[in-house]
Design a protein around this ligand. Structure first.
Ligand SMILES: O=C(O)c1ccccc1NCC(=O)[C@H](O)[C@H](O)COP(=O)(O)O
Length: 236
């Protein structure tokens, strides 16, 4: 087993795993796909509670371990650093988790519940499992992760022909989530923007939201003004 990174990642890991699925208080925001330390600092200053770092080579937001390390150290204590992977092998995970102080792993592929449990046990980090939602059957599919994941990311199903399973700017019917109870904290994702996030929160009942392309000026380029506007709208 590879050595564990200590530092800002280790400190926030337990809190990140339990954070914010229900109850009062401002909606928590995850900015996904940051690519520069300045974006991380801007998200934190705006009030984001999580930053997502993408370790998927074909993504326009992909980071190598060294670049990700610089971003992780730019995040103030209290902002959870989430590493995003798609169907990673143990070697893929080791290449990042041995070098980058992360607080949580996001699994955004077709990982089965058993694999989620395995990653969680092996790496000792909370795991957020992303599930693509297109209809009620997908919500039942998400239930299979209730006993093994620490959080759920309920994202839009990738459009047909999309190159990536997430970060596509596609939304789903938020009403599918209204009034549903979950046994673990969950986050709403998919096609959220500064202009629609307040309505998405109202309709879905989400207490946590995730955004990527909705605050970009080009694929992989976050716009700091849009990030501020999104956080303000989500928390407002
Ligand atoms: O963002 C990516 O490039 C990405 C690549 C591969 C798998 C998942 C990816 N993003 C996942 C996220 O958590 C996004 O924030 C989420 O899908 C919402 O994206 P968007 O609709 O663009 O806000």
């Amino acid at each position: 087993m590879a050595f564990r990174v200590t530092g800002p990642g280790a400190a926030g890991a337990r809190a990140a795993g339990r954070a914010g699925g229900s109850g009062a208080g401002p909606v928590r925001v995850k900015l996904c796909g940051a690519t520069t330390p300045a974006q991380v600092e801007a998200a934190a200053a705006a009030g984001a509670g999580y930053v997502g770092l993408v370790f998927v080579p074909r993504s326009p937001r992909a980071l190598g371990a060294e670049a990700a390390r610089a971003l992780a150290w730019a995040a103030p204590v209290g902002v959870a650093k989430v590493g995003l992977f798609v169907d990673p092998t143990d070697d893929d995970l080791a290449a990042v988790l041995d070098r980058v102080p992360l607080d949580m792993v996001q699994l955004h592929g077709s990982e089965a519940p058993e694999r989620v449990a395995e990653v969680r046990a092996r790496w000792g980090l909370p795991v957020m499992k992303a599930v693509g939602i297109g209809g009620p059957a997908d919500l039942e599919r998400a239930r299979a992760y209730e006993g093994v994941a620490d959080q759920l990311l309920l994202d839009a199903k990738a459009p047909a022909g999309a190159a990536l399973p997430g970060g596509n700017g596609a939304a789903f019917d938020w009403g599918l989530l209204a009034g549903r109870g979950w046994a673990l904290p969950w986050m709403l994702a998919g096609g959220l923007t500064p202009g629609n996030v307040a309505e998405a929160v109202r309709v879905s009942g989400a207490r946590q939201v995730d955004v990527s392309s909705g605050v970009e000026s080009a694929p992989g380029v976050k716009d700091e003004a849009l990030v501020r506007a999104f956080v303000a709208a989500a928390r407002g």
